[in-house]
Ligand binder design. Sequence first.
Ligand code: SF4
Length: 339
Amino acid sequence: MNNFAYQKAADTSDALHKVAQGTASSFIAGGTNLIDLWKYNLVHPENLIDINGLRDYKSINKTEDGGLLLGALVTNSATAYNEHIVEKYPLLSKAILAGASAQIRNSATNGGNLLQKTRCYYFYDAASPCNKREPGTGCPAKEGLNRMHAIVGYSEDCIAVFPSDMCVALAALEAVVNVNGPEGERKIPFEDFHRLPGNTPHIDNNLAKNELITSISLPKEGFAENYSYLKLRDRNSYAFALVSVATGIKLKDGKIEKIRIVLGGIAHKPWRVTEAEDFLIDKEANVDNFMAAAEIILKGAKGFGDNDFKIDLAKRAIVRNGMMALNPESQRPGAQPSL
Ligand code: SF4
């Protein structure tokens, strides 16, 4: 590790002032990903700004429009077990608890969850070339070990996936990311927060330099009646998703009135295809219709060898999760889908 300066921020303006000093500055909150990256010699912050003292971002509050405001510094655990989240946004609670380990969730913050880096093996190996770590050096994953990698939304330069579970649910809920920075406050719709790799895979999201995530807004609709989060992985705990699906449904007279389907583990950002959701409106929620929607969502999907299996797995996961969403009881540990 390199030598670095460590400073505690007293409030938002102090944090924004301190982070602007020097070129290699970084905020730190839970630190669960930053410290990993640092120990692997992948980042070298020289000016570390501890924002854990910013009390304004440590609570979860109801908003006047019937939604909820999640402080960026609330831990993932506190969010998952918050009474309002459990009652109104159980999809989010379920997704958070599918991620990482209890110890990590107790330390990781909501803001940090959005900013975590890909877990591509080559990205974490400082001896390997990697366009995301060092632009222009190449992407060994395309011809190498790519079991965990993308099947949609990738580019010639990078086929990595975004690893978060929480963000898959936030995308389904159409959350909004609230940020503050040198140019003032702004709101970023969740679908615009993370980026596809294109020819700039080193840029993961649309947060500007020295901007700070302050909170996440959830709209009124939480899909609390019919929801499901399904995570398929190599082992049942402490593993990243091969494929995950967040589904929220509103039913009316036995037909689908509103639906959100978002996939994780298959792209550089949570993957949502609104064309598939539109297709399902006013249709019955059944296996055939979910399979037709899955074909739309995976249209054009292509594997790189090791990860070819993900295409069929993703389609089946969409169908299974859609059916599980019809029966909230299916969210109990060990419950089986009613296919
Ligand atoms: Fe690097 Fe992306 Fe290729 Fe992985 S997939 S080696 S992160 S460029």
